[in-house]
Ligand binder design. Structure first.
Ligand code: SF4
Ligand code: F3S
Length: 383
């Protein structure tokens, strides 16, 4: 589609959303930004970065800013399943609020067990009320794997002791869009690691509605907010890979944008943590980095207000945005290269990457890794 046609299409959607009644008259994005010490320039800078992350031309920045401004027109229901709440924490509990986290202060968060004041019966009532009042209109975000089916162990939520699975199915039924936030909700996560005593599974396995996966342990705040803004802008599903992850965020491997990629290409590897290579920011492949097999944008978006990400801090990528990474990407501090075809569940496992092109490329990458490892052993026997 031509950019000008797309611009008109998105503008018209945002105009329609802007005409909907505000769910909370007291709130305005400009007031909130000012209260938190940001300027309009900061906000537009953030909108520009978001525009580029969503792979839109810079001329779409005002539209992304407007999408944030109308975010309060859409109610959001956030459910917790079996998880550690790390995904919520990564977004909401930063020492210094970012504009990403402000968007979550601004939207109409109708239900979120961690941060709402209500508890017990009142909380259950709030959820039922929100699902009824905003039937077909609310966005559903689910955090956590879902214990389901036959098992001695299960999850119950709330005063009626309803199972998590039932909660998730009911909330999915009338949602306008459904997002699985984090690897647990997207793929089962650590709960689903062998032997998986609770039969934990992905949200997409318990509902027959379309689910967009936003994996990561946790996903970055930009990926969570970007997913929300994408839906506000388009009102449709983004382009997805075979694991239903948005391609704008999970279209490239960690390895593709890694700042240590030059070290990898030069055959300069950390051999053990603390060695001279580690101090010189050599490639972490030999101490277990799974960046060549992992699709995510951590190297560009980073965490903690954009300050760092695992490889920058000196630890390899653990593959946390890939399905079953606990079982298929181990051992954490050993390279995967020699065991590509002997994963826990047979076949290519986590190396069966996001698309067919990826499978071809990863094979090339694996060959490259073996070659580089050999070169490195010859060139740098002590490093
Ligand atoms: Fe970066 Fe890991 Fe790739 Fe090395 S193997 S270049 S540390 S992503
Ligand atoms: Fe996870 Fe790897 Fe990013 S471990 S946070 S996908 S660098």
């Amino acid at each position: 589609m031509e950019n000008s046609t797309l611009f008109k299409q998105l503008s018209s959607r945002l105009d329609k959303l802007a005409n909907l009644p505000k769910l909370d008259d007291e709130k305005s994005i400009s007031k909130l930004i000012e209260e938190k010490g940001f300027s309009r320039r900061d906000f537009m800078g953030w909108a520009g970065a978001m525009t580029s992350m969503l792979m839109l031309p810079a001329s779409f920045t005002p539209l992304v800013a407007k999408a944030a401004e109308v975010a309060d027109r859409l109610p959001l229901v956030w459910l917790h399943m079996a998880e550690c709440t790390g995904c919520s924490e990564s977004l909401l509990r930063s020492a210094t609020p970012t504009i990403d986290s402000l968007i979550f202060d601004y939207i109409s968060l109708e239900y979120h067990e961690t941060i709402m004041a209500a508890s017990g019966w009142q909380a259950e009532h709030n959820l039922e009320h929100a699902m009824e009042k905003y039937k077909g209109k609310y966005i559903l975000m689910v955090e956590g794997g879902i214990p389901h089916g036959e098992s001695d162990f299960y999850l119950t939520v709330g005063a009626h002791g309803k199972t998590g699975e039932k909660h998730a199915i009911e909330a999915s039924e009338n949602a306008a869009a459904i997002f699985a936030i984090g690897t647990c909700s997207s793929f089962g996560g650590v709960q689903a690691a062998a032997p998986n005593p609770t039969n934990a599974t992905a949200l997409s396995n318990v509902t027959n509605k379309p689910v967009i996966n936003v994996p990561g342990c946790p996903p970055s705040e930009s990926n969570i907010v970007g997913t929300l803004l994408h839906f506000i802008l388009y009102g449709t599903l983004p382009a997805l890979d075979v694991y239903n992850r948005p391609k704008w965020a999970y279209g490239l491997r960690i390895h593709d944008n890694c700042e240590r990629r030059g070290r990898f290409d030069a055959g300069e590897f950390v051999q053990q943590f603390g060695d001279a290579g580690a101090k010189d920011a050599y490639c972490l492949y030999k101490v277990g980095c799974k960046g060549p097999y992992t699709f995510n944008n951590c190297a560009r978006q980073k965490f903690n207000q954009g300050t760092s990400w695992p490889v920058q801090s000196g630890h390899g990528c653990m593959g946390c945005s890939e399905p079953d990474f606990w079982d298929k990407m181990g051992i954490v501090h050993e390279p995967l290269g020699n065991r590509l075809y002997h994963t826990a569940f047979g076949g290519l496992g986590s190396d069966a990457t996001a698309d067919k092109i990826g499978v071809g490329l990863i094979t090339v990458t694996a060959v490259g890794i073996a070659a580089h490892a050999a070169i490195s052993a010859i060139k740098n026997p002590k490093v």
